[in-house]
Design a protein around this ligand. Sequence first.
Ligand code: FES
Length: 273
Amino acid sequence: MNQIIKKQILNPTVTLMEIDAPMIAKKAEPGQFIILRVDENGERIPLTIADYNREKGTVTIIFQIVGASTEALNHLNTGDYIQDFAGPLGKATETEGLKKVAVVGGGVGCAIAYPVAKKLHEQGCEVHSIVGFRNKDLVILEEEFKNASSKLVLMTDDGSYGEKGLVTDALKALIEDGNQYDTVITIGPLIMMKFVCSLTKTYGVKTIASMNPIMIDGTGMCGGCRLSVGGKTKFACVDGPDFEGFEIDFDEAIARSSIYKPFELKAHETLCN
Ligand code: FES
């Protein structure tokens, strides 16, 4: 069992929790994830590690309340315990040798983009972070991104904060301004990553997308997280979650991501009624 050391509501649907998990904190790297179960009958929830503190022995997770299991997790408070907390799983994001990178995050995906930006920044890489949200109320981690980036562009769909528009608008403008990125790293909704990749493909800029499909075991055994990448079947939990963006079959990933929506809605209604 792992104790919740801190709980912070970041916006009406997104919560941060710092979890006591010294063994995981010791080894965690940006891009890796954990799988947790709220209680012994709980669904396994994969969440990318948003931060870690090796000295304190804590791991930070940031999650969006999207269904019954994340709702149940959000019912827990500081001092409560999580049944299982396993990790770190997956491969860490490759940051070695990168000199100039655009990190493009969308919505709660920014929680995953932030540790990547932070690590690159600590390595002396020039980081341009482009983060997008639907509106001002949903903005998270603005200060953290400021501290981890040489340039931060914050976009909102409705223009209620930052610049009005999509992350792809900002990325296009930066590329056309003459910024030559070694890599673009994108993390967020599938549709956003699809459009980031189609934009960067036209400019020939290498792009890595962090995929977060349905996961069950997290060890490459169940096939739940399968994706088509470069015409081959890959498992996000062991081969990823990062993949070459131009190779990913996003349309298939988008179709697979909604397979369990009706069951999820029913479970959520049952929990909340
Ligand atoms: Fe089961 Fe990846 S989660 S194979």
